[in-house]
Design a protein around this ligand. Structure first.
Ligand code: AMP
Length: 191
């Protein structure tokens, strides 16, 4: 199973990703988590990424693509994966197409969580209070949402045109959202 989970910051991608990887026994690849780990370990990649992350900007395509290419070549990703936070630009969509095709596979489903902007900001500010993520300030949140609309929505549109995008209502109770996400993937699997 090869899945992509889309949604603006605060849509609940991380939470729903856990349900999907448990159900399908695949690896969860979150580019944001990989960057945060590298920032924490003060690696060269972390130093590069941090300046963009702190401003709510996207890390340059070539950096992210090389990182994902490397991650998808690892053994545990051979049987399937869930990508969370990647691709985020049209160039990343194209790069992923090449990586997946080179491995002789196709994507099984692309899910997008839909959440209203006011709700997103409220959730992100709450997360800032709970987890203290440095990019969850009001100003940086606004920029991340702008970048999502400008860069990531065209990437989502590429999958919509291919007919493999499924929109899921990401508002309301977390367990209800989970049921909707699992149902959407299972429908994609059957189609
Ligand atoms: P996330 O945890 O997915 O919200 O990602 C946190 C931050 O990491 C983003 O605001 C970006 O700065 C960076 N990032 C994560 N994934 C990508 C990506 N696919 N392309 C560019 N930047 C990314």
């Amino acid at each position: 199973m090869r899945l992509i989970l889309f949604g603006p910051p605060g849509a609940g991608k991380g939470t729903q990703a856990s349900a999907l990887v448990d159900r399908y026994g695949i690896v969860h690849i979150s580019t944001g988590d990989i960057f945060r780990e590298n920032v924490g370990n003060e690696t060269e990649l972390g130093r590069t990424a941090k300046q963009y992350m702190d401003a709510g900007d996207l890390v340059p395509d070539e950096v992210v693509i090389a990182m994902v290419d490397d991650r998808l070549r690892q053994d545990d990703a051979r049987q399937g994966f869930l990508l969370d936070g990647f691709p985020r630009t049209v160039a990343q969509v194209e790069a992923l197409d090449e990586i997946v095709a080179a491995q002789g596979h196709t994507l099984d489903a692309v899910i997008r969580l839909i959440v209203d902007d006011d709700e997103l900001v409220a959730r992100l500010l709450q997360r800032a209070r709970d987890q203290g993520r440095s990019d969850d300030t009001r100003e940086v949140i606004a920029n991340r949402l702008v970048n999502y609309r400008a860069e990531t929505e065209p990437a989502v549109a590429a999958y919509r045109e291919r007919g493999i995008l499924r929109d899921v209502d990401g508002e309301g109770d977390v367990t209800d959202v989970r049921e909707r996400v699992l149902a959407a993937v299972s429908e994609a699997e059957d189609s």
